[in-house]
Structures are given as C-alpha cells and as structure tokens.
Write a protein that binds this ligand. Structure first.
Ligand code: FAD
Ligand code: SIN
Length: 598
C-alpha cells in the first residue's frame, strides 16, 4: 500500500469534492474520530478506499470501499477466523455482508447485530446511538429528478420473495434491478428459523410421512380462522412441493422435516440436522444472484412508485445513500418489501394492546411497502391481523423457534406447571402465556431435544439457556418449585409413553424428556408477523379499489394480505415467499415482454 503525506491526502480529498465526490466523502480525513481519520493518520490515501479514478464516486453498494477493506484486512471469513472471544461478529447468520454495513469511514460505526441482540460488541470508532435505517426526507417530485435509468423489472426488497422474483424474472429473460433499503440483503427472510412448510414432498415420502395438498389447505384455513383467501391458500399448498424442488435445484438443503404449530403432520422443511432455514436460503439466493450477475443494490430505498396517466406503474423513485434521488423506468415492478412488525407506532395503531411489546423482526420491517402500494392505488386488507409469537427469549429480541417445541419441548409457568398444548397455533399459545404469572413461561427440554435440532446450539452460544443435571436442579436454576417441575415432567413423560396427552391434548408427542441435562429458556410473546397487506390476485397482480389489477404492478411475500387470514401457521411464510415470488417474477417478466397498451 502506498503511503502519502497528509497534505497530499487533504488535497486529494478536496480535488475529489471538486470532481464530484459527495460532501460526506469529501469531509474526510479531517474527521479524526472516525475510521477515515485513523486511516489518514496511518498515511493511507483516500484513493485506497475510494478507488483511483476521478471523479471520486461511491456507489450505494459501497463496492469499491468494501473491496478496499478486503484488500487490506482480508475477507469477512478471514477476519472472522482470526478473531477470538465468545461472540464473534464476523461469523454470524448474516452471512457474507459488506464491511460498511457496520464500519463507517466518515460516521460512527455500529454493529448491525445490535439491532436484535442485546450483547455488547466492541467496534472501533463507535456511534453513540445505534442508527436504524434513515427515514427518507420528503422526496422530490419525480418530474424534477434528472437522473434516470431504464430496466425491464424493478424488484423492491431483497428478502426471499424479492430475490426469488428477481431470479425468476432474470431467468425468463428480463433485465432486473433489485433495490434494498438496508445495508445488507435478506430482510426478515434471513432470520427465518423453524423451516418451510410443504405438502407431499419427496423428503416427506422418504420419511414415510403421509401428507396432502388438501390437508395443508385445511390446516392453513383452520389456523387462519377461515379469513384466508382460499384461492391463494390453494396455490400455496399446491405449489409448495415444487417450491422445495426449486430451492433444492438452486442449491438449498431442505431434507430435514419436522413439525410446527397447527400442522396435522410433519411438513416443515429445513436443512439437515435442524439448522435454521432462513440464513441458509438467503445464502443460496445470494450466491445465485452473484452467479447471474444480478444488479442488487443495498442502501437504496424506494420512496415512490411512478405511474402514467392510465394508472400503469412505470417505475420507481429511489433514494440512494450516496447517489441521492434518481428514477428507474421499468416495464413492471414487483413489491416485496415485507411487513411492519418492527414499526411499533404502526403496530399500536392497528393493535393498541400490542403497544410496547418487543419484536422478533429486523429493523427494516417498517411497512413502507404498504405505503408505496397504497399510494399507487393498491387495496390494503386485514391490517389489524398482527401475529405475536409466543417464544421470544425474555429480555431480548431473539426468537426461540417453534421447532424446539415441535421437537418435544414443553412450556411451564412459574409454578412449574404446563398450561397449554405447546404446539397449538401461535395466537392460542401466546394468549395462554400472557395469562400466566409474570406473563412469561419457561420452555423446558432435555438433551434429546437439544441433539435433535442444530439451531438450539445458538441459544447456548447466546447464553439464553439455564440448565440442571436433574429436573430439580433445573427448577432451582429457574426458581420454580422443584417438586412441581419434577411431577410435570413425569406426567408429560407418561403421556408420551401412552401416546395421549389427556391434560392438554397435544397431538404430537415426539419424545420423552428424560435425558440429562435438562434445560430451560424463559420466553415471552412478541410482535412477529403482519398478516395484512396489499390485496393480490392469484397472479400476484396488486388489486385496485375498482376490483381490477393495477397494470405493471405485482407483489409477493409479507407485504401482501390474504394468504394467512387471521393467524399464520409457522413455516407457511417462507413457503409463501418462494411460491408467490416465483409467480411474481414470471408475471413481471411476461408483462415486461408484452407490448404495453397505450
Ligand atoms: P423480507 O424478507 O422482510 O424482505 C423485505 C425487504 O424489503 C427487507 O430487506 C426490507 O428492508 C426491504 N424494504 C422494505 N422497504 C423497502 C423500501 N422502501 N425500499 C427498498 N427496500 C425495502 N417464516 C417461516 O415460514 N418459517 C420460519 O421459520 C420463520 N422464522 C422466522 C423467524 C424470525 C425471527 C422472523 C422475524 C420471521 C420468521 N418467519 C418465518 C417469517 C418470515 O421469515 C418472513 O415473513 C418472510 O421471510 C418475509 O419475506 P419477504 O421477502 O416478504 O420480506
Ligand atoms: C419459528 O421458527 O418459530 C418461526 C416460524 C415462523 O414464523 O413461521
């Protein structure tokens, strides 16, 4: 690396400003508190991070800057391998993300993990406040925006629905741009834990599980209290096995099958050993996007949909972190911007009783997609249908997957007693938990359950688990009456042996809890999923108030309403994102190729 004197550095940066760098880029090495200042002190030139071309430009993905970090410090994997200590932020379920997602050259740095995890992470030149994604200031009128691009299909959001739509549209021959407002891709999809529901798959057949499309439809409708749109549910179930095959062909492993709440049979698919599904799928989708050289932009918030006089959606207005406002004209737009569980004001607006509750969601799940869609004439439905998940680790935002209960864990209250069928639907389990003393419960399991599900290791790593060599020792650790907990476990184990749970009618009793050690995690309900959203047709067209589809406008995933009715079953969302993402991608590509009616 070349070493330059500081006067040359400052000169270089001033020149950069004159030649087109943003004011932030050019304010630089003089800000000694941040990484740029430290780099300057070490004699590292602006060009080492920003590239040697003139004018100095930073793209919204911060590609050149990140390449600069890797050139000197090594890849994320290499940095992770060098790190020591209990929590290693460079090795996480977020996967291969950009250095600048956390480290800022000209602003305080902040660990992205801190959005959800409570543990303290040391980071050089920390920001004093964790900064969520910046709110867009009032956007300019599109007509006044001079920077313009053109593409076939724009996809808004880089979760599973968006990435699958983008890959599908690309593979159908369309030119695609994916826009993601956060500094990393993956959305809530990356956090998905328990798995993906699918009926009549080859993985179920291999394990001798008898399932059918009809049964998945029935379970989903019952779980959703029949508020679901039946035609959408039929597509979800009919296409679910094909969606598992689609992901498998892209390189995913969904060969492990377990059960989640409200399902009549084991149909929740996940990687072998019971690893979390979301991080794995997102890794696969990212790798496929890279392979296809897909144009995926982070730090790029869509602030408005563009439409013509006939009401056709014709593109988007984007606010890039560095580029500022620009427009992309497109023949079709797919909205896959997720739900709003991380927006407490919006949640409280629709469900005042959920005010102040924690949430399991990533910080970008604020619901701006709903505003974008509604402003373009889309109809919103079932907005008050918000799901709380019964098991968020107390005092954190970490979801303890329903799969732990599916694999055999029970819920006990502070009196050491069970109080509910643990694999009932989430609304019922949450309601029952909130009725217990302290409005929380202990999820209790043994070594057998621990060994059955790889993702449980993560909860140990995060120090969320209390343990004991016997039920009584565990009871002491969680301060519940030892005799009561022992009796509860004995009674439950008798029910497992008898294959009948007379007390709570739990339908699936996968294993007795008899293998030491015994474990417990304190859990509380938290806001998890928003069932409401934009009304769509079976072809994922966004519907307008007049009952007609809005031309050129498609939506998929959590931003839509109708698939899950009043309550979503665990595992049905990832299934929805893949199936409806595939449909939206194909429809958008077809719309892009079709001659546009004047
Ligand atoms: P997301 O994955 O949330 O992606 C939407 C993206 O759009 C986000 O990245 C967001 O930042 C971006 N965006 C928003 N607004 C804009 C804008 N204006 N411009 C640009 N980008 C924007 N479901 C299951 O089926 N199985 C599970 O095991 C499971 N586990 C879960 C565990 C957790 C902790 C959580 C939070 C959810 C879980 N879910 C699970 C639910 C499921 O993960 C989500 O509902 C699903 O992934 C949503 O996918 P999506 O593509 O619609 O949205
Ligand atoms: C979980 O794993 O408990 C969450 C699953 C889901 O939200 O579908």
């Amino acid at each position: 690396m070349r070493h330059l004197s500081s006067s040359r550095l400052i000169l270089g940066c001033l020149l950069g400003l004159l030649l087109g760098a943003s004011p932030m880029q050019a304010a630089l090495p003089q800000a000694p508190g941040f990484l740029a200042g430290q780099h300057a002190k070490n004699g590292i030139a602006c060009a080492e991070c920003h590239g040697k071309g003139r004018p100095v430009k930073v793209d919204d993905n911060e590609t050149t800057v990140n390449e600069g970090c890797v050139r000197c410090h090594g890849s994320l994997k290499e940095v992770g391998a060098k790190a020591q200590g209990h929590i290693n932020p460079h090795v996480s379920h977020l996967g291969d993300i950009a250095c600048t997602a956390c480290h800022g050259g000209h602003r305080g740095s902040w660990a992205y993990c801190g959005n959800c995890h409570g543990f303290e992470l040391k980071i050089p030149f920390p920001a004093t406040v964790m900064k969520p994604a910046e709110a867009a200031p009032k956007p300019p009128q599109p007509a006044s925006v001079r920077r313009r691009e053109r593409t076939d299909v724009v996809v808004i959001g880089s979760g599973a629905a968006g990435m699958v739509a983008a890959l599908t549209a690309h593979d159908a021959g369309a030119k695609v741009v994916v826009l993601e407002k956060q500094p990393i891709t993956g959305g809530n999809s990356m956090l998905a834990a328990g798995g993906m529901n699918a009926a009549a798959t080859r993985f179920q057949a291999k394990k001798g599980i008898k399932d059918s499309v009809e049964l998945m439809v029935k379970d989903t409708m019952t779980g959703g209290k029949n508020l679901n749109e039946l035609e959408l549910v039929k597509i979800l179930a009919e296409q679910s096995a094909a969606s598992v095959e689609y992901l498998t062909e892209l390189g995913a492993d969904l060969s492990d099958v377990g059960r989640m709440g409200g399902a009549s049979v084991d149909r929740t698919h996940r990687p072998q050993g019971g690893k979390a599904v979301g991080a794995h799928i997102v890794d696969v989708l990212r790798a496929n996007a890279v392979k296809r050289k897909l144009d995926v932009r982070v730090n790029s918030r869509v602030v408005r949909l563009l439409e013509n006089r006939q009401g056709r959606i014709t593109g988007v207005l984007v606010q890039g972190r560095h580029r500022g406002f620009y427009r992309i004209d497109a023949k079709a737009v797919v909205l896959a911007a997720g739900g709003f569980s991380a927006n407490p004001e919006r949640v409280a607006h629709y469900q005042p009783t959920f005010q102040g509750m924690t949430s399991s969601n990533q910080p970008g799940a604020t619901g701006d997609g709903l505003d974008l869609g509604a402003a373009a004439g889309g109809v919103l439905k079932d907005m008050e249908q918000i799901q709380i998940h019964p098991s968020i680790a107390a005092g954190s935002r970490i979801l303890i997957t329903e799969a732990v209960r599916g694999n055999g864990a029970i819920l006990v209250n502070r009196e050491g007693k069970r109080f509910v069928n643990e694999i009932t639907t989430r609304d019922a389990a949450s309601k029952a938990t909130l009725a217990q003393p302290g409005q929380s419960a202990f999820m209790v399991f043994d070594e057998g359950v621990r060994q059955s599900l790889k993702q449980i290791d993560g909860y140990f790593h995060l120090e969320l688990v209390k343990e004991g060599a016997t039920p009584e020792a565990l009871a002491a650790a969680i301060q519940v009456p030892p005799q009561a907990l022992k009796e509860t476990l004995d009674r439950y184990n008798q029910a497992v042996a008898a294959k009948a749970d007379a007390e709570f009618k739990r339908p699936d009793l996968p294993r007795a809890l008899t293998t030491p050690k015994f474990y417990a995690i304190e859990v509380k309900p938290g806001v998890h999923y928003t069932m409401g959203g934009l009304k769509i047709s079976t072809r994922t067209e966004v519907m307008a108030k007049d009952g007609k589809p809005i031309p050129g406008f498609f939506a998929a995933g959590e931003v839509t309403g109708g698939v899950h009715g009043a309550n979503r079953l665990g595992g049905n969302s990832i299934s929805e994102t893949i199936t409806f993402g595939r449909i939206a991608g194909a429809q958008a590509a077809a719309a892009a190729h079709a001659p546009v009616k004047p």
